[in-house]
Write a protein that binds this ligand. Structure first.
Ligand SMILES: Nc1ncnc2c1ncn2[C@@H]1O[C@H](COP(=O)(O)OP(=O)(O)O)[C@@H](O)[C@H]1O
Ligand SMILES: [Mg+2]
Length: 508
């Protein structure tokens, strides 16, 4: 029996305390395992120490083969002395390894090491969950005693907590790395999408827009983008933002037409807590766009009151939340879009002239599709490729005749309508070559969507009449009253068109 003096015991406590402090300051799992093994070897005056961690999913124990090595050894969680300590949940002191049936000789035969004595204890966290086992091998003199057992159990309980923390930190670092990688990937996608601005077209009008956006890439002036609906105003705004020095800051879009008057202020500037019961505090779009770009779509639809407030933000570079006591500074570049004639709106008293000049430092006019017909084949093919990419149908193509039809069509809905039509054709096409026959599956093009008035059910007859009337009107407009051309666009005879014009009392 080995006796332990009080002095020995005090010295031992001090050593264990020092070890625990060192263990608790190591955050890297690999270094931590090495550290624990090294310290235990010294403290228990033995030859080796190993930590076996439990992999619950595979029900295996794993360990590094040797101190400082990265080679990993795995075995069934129930085998060996370590397995017995895990399964039994208590310390095991083996006086002669080779005469113990639980001893697993596999490791020795792999490493050439000769195990004589073993002391193994389970590794438990503060909740009593077993994380693995802690083993020391070959006491230098004699066999492991009670004090060794207690020392090892004490170190094991601290080691377990440190190991769990290190594992958690490792997992966090790993998911952080993944997020950083995903983020970089997304940025690359965004940049590749917009670095050529994503704006397609070789026509002079489109090239003018592209050149202008390139010329202002280093500046952050406010830009007014005008043009009919579907001409690419929002696309241009994104191109401006993503080529600007603010590209990595937020691009925040807000459609002013969709905002009920009662919400305008809180949406734009935010709202404080406690303004009214049931109102949650939130930050407004100006603050969301801080450092970046705010895109106000359909700006002509803002009330005069809202216009005045926006003007103030632009002048003073601060926002005041609804119900707040003080202004908050914001740094926002404003891009605004409208399909209305703002100068006419100013004339009618619907738009503030001072705000107009603030937002129109630079003006970009997006052309309607009928003015850039030469770009239609390019655009149509671009959208067909987009469809192919998204639907794994890279083989789709247009027959030349259908491209001619697309080029001649009226397109009151501009590029957006062309894009929708291409998507529809591609989705309905029977073969990879899209021909005119695919057109005649449905009523002939163009087929603008029938706008249903909100909440007002329409009979099919009135809906068709309305559509017909609108298409005829648009064809006449787009051909500047050339009845021959308009009839061709609509797929009617000249006389057929004249009859319909009379019926709908359109034109002369
Ligand atoms: N010149 C163009 N090149 C490529 N895509 C375009 C072009 N013009 C418009 N588009 C596409 O047409 C659709 C409508 O454009 P959008 O910017 O939303 O129009 P707007 O804001 O003027 O209503 C979008 O899918 C956009 O990407
Ligand atoms: Mg739009």
């Amino acid at each position: 029996m080995v006796t332990v003096t009080q002095k020995d015991q005090e010295g031992n406590f001090a050593d264990i305390l020092a070890i625990c402090q060192r263990i608790n300051s190591e955050r890297d799992l690999g270094s931590l395992l090495d550290l624990i093994a090294r310290e235990a070897t010294k403290l228990l005056d033995c030859d080796r120490a190993s930590i076996f961690l439990l992999d619950r999913e595979r029900n295996e124990l794993w360990s590094k083969v040797a101190l400082g090595s990265d080679e990993i050894l795995r075995f069934d969680a129930a085998s060996g002395i370590a397995g017995a300590a895990v399964t039994g949940g208590r310390a095991i002191n083996v006086l002669d390894a080779y005469s113990d049936p639980r001893f697993y000789t596999g490791i020795d035969s792999r490493t050439g090491y000769r195990t004589r004595t073993i002391l193994a204890v389970p590794l438990r966290n503060q909740f009593g969950d077993i994380l693995g086992a802690f083993e020391t091998l070959n006491k230098r003199s004699g066999v492991f005693n009670r004090q060794d057992e207690e020392s090892l159990l004490t170190i094991a309980s601290h080691a377990a907590i440190a190991i769990e923390t290190a594992q958690l930190i490792g997992a966090l670092r790993h998911s952080q790395d993944e997020l950083v990688e995903q983020n970089t990937h997304l940025w690359r996608q965004v940049e590749s999408r917009y670095n050529s601005h994503g704006i397609i077209g070789t026509s002079a009008r489109i090239q003018q827009v592209v050149r202008l956006i390139e010329r202002i890439r280093d500046s952050v002036v406010n830009v007014l983008i005008t043009g009919e609906s579907g001409t690419g105003k929002e696309m241009a705004a994104k191109a401006i933002h993503f080529t600007s020095p603010r590209a990595r800051k937020p691009f925040v879009a807000l459609n002013c037409a969709a905002l009920p008057e009662t919400l305008v202020e809180s949406e734009l500037f935010g709202i404080e807590k406690g303004v009214a019961t049931g109102v949650n505090p939130r930050i407004g779009h100006f603050q969301k766009a801080d450092g970046g770009t705010l895109f106000l779509d359909e700006i002509a639809d803002l009330s005069m009151a809202a216009q005045a407030k926006i003007l103030r933000v632009l002048q003073e570079r601060v926002v005041e939340r609804v119900g707040s006591r003080g202004p908050v500074p914001v740094d926002v570049r404003l891009l605004a879009a409208t399909n209305k004639d703002l100068e006419a709106e100013i004339g009618k008293g619907n738009f503030r002239e001072d705000l107009y000049y603030r937002i129109k430092v630079l003006h970009i006019q997006m052309p309607p599709l009928r003015d850039i017909r030469e770009d239609i084949p390019l655009l149509a093919n671009h959208f067909l490729k987009e469809y192919g990419r998204e639907n794994a149908r890279s083989d789709m193509e247009f027959a030349p005749a259908i491209v001619l039809r697309l080029t001649a069509a009226a397109w009151p809905g501009n590029v957006r309508q062309l894009r929708n039509e291409v998507m529809r054709l591609a989705a309905c096409a029977r073969q990879s070559l899209i021909t005119e026959e695919d057109l005649f599956d449905d009523p002939p093009m163009p087929m603008p969507a029938v706008k249903q008035q909100a909440g007002k059910p329409q009979s099919l007859k009135t809906a068709i009449e309305e559509l017909e009337r609108r298409m005829i009107h648009e064809a006449i407009e787009s051909t500047r009253n050339n009845q021959q051309q308009a009839a061709r666009l609509l797929g009617l005879s000249r006389q057929g068109l004249i009859n319909k014009l009379k019926r709908y009392s359109l034109g002369a």
